[in-house]
Write a protein that binds this ligand. Sequence first.
Ligand code: HEM
Length: 177
Amino acid sequence: MVLENQKVLVWDPFVRVFHWSLVLFYLVAWVSAEEWASLHERAGYFILVLLGLRIVWGVIGTQHARFRDFVYGGTVTVGYLRSLRAGTPRHYLGHNPAGGWMVIALLLSLAVAGVSGILIGDAEHGVWKEIHEGSANMTLLLVVVHVSGVVLASLIHGENLVRAMLTGHKMRRSEDV
Ligand code: HEM
């Protein structure tokens, strides 16, 4: 039996620590990019370690941390985006289909930025530097869309998703997916 308005732990401690560490090291990487190479490189390596752990956790982790919980097919995702445009999106306990693809895009973009950063080596110019800067800018764009999506979804559903990523808890609703 599914109880309405029941408080449930959606984001386990690993997901929460992963998220806020990622935010911190992403910020450090941006701020140090131009003038503090050693800190920038350390932040980049740390982000890659976080990504590696998150990928493993996406396979063996708790229910809503798993990729199979939030990576939806094209039909469901397009249907969700249409319902969002109509102002009637369904409420998901974990990531919604659009949010799920945003998670994948963020992880990929960060991975490309991290790996290409390592491959630059001592070169001043070159293809890896181009890829590194391109993916870093792409990640920034994704982050802006990500945070806007979080604010929009919080407003539409009348829930505080940022607090949920801090405490791990959300309220289950009877219509939840
Ligand atoms: C202060 C800015 C940020 C806020 C308020 C924020 C908030 C959130 C929230 C509320 C979620 C859960 C979304 C949901 O309920 O479905 C989330 C997930 C996520 N965010 Fe952010 N975020 C921020 C910045 C970032 C940045 C800078 C990155 C990456 C560089 C990022 C990457 C992610 C990822 C990868 C997830 C998925 C978490 C997981 O399942 O492991 N976020 N964020």
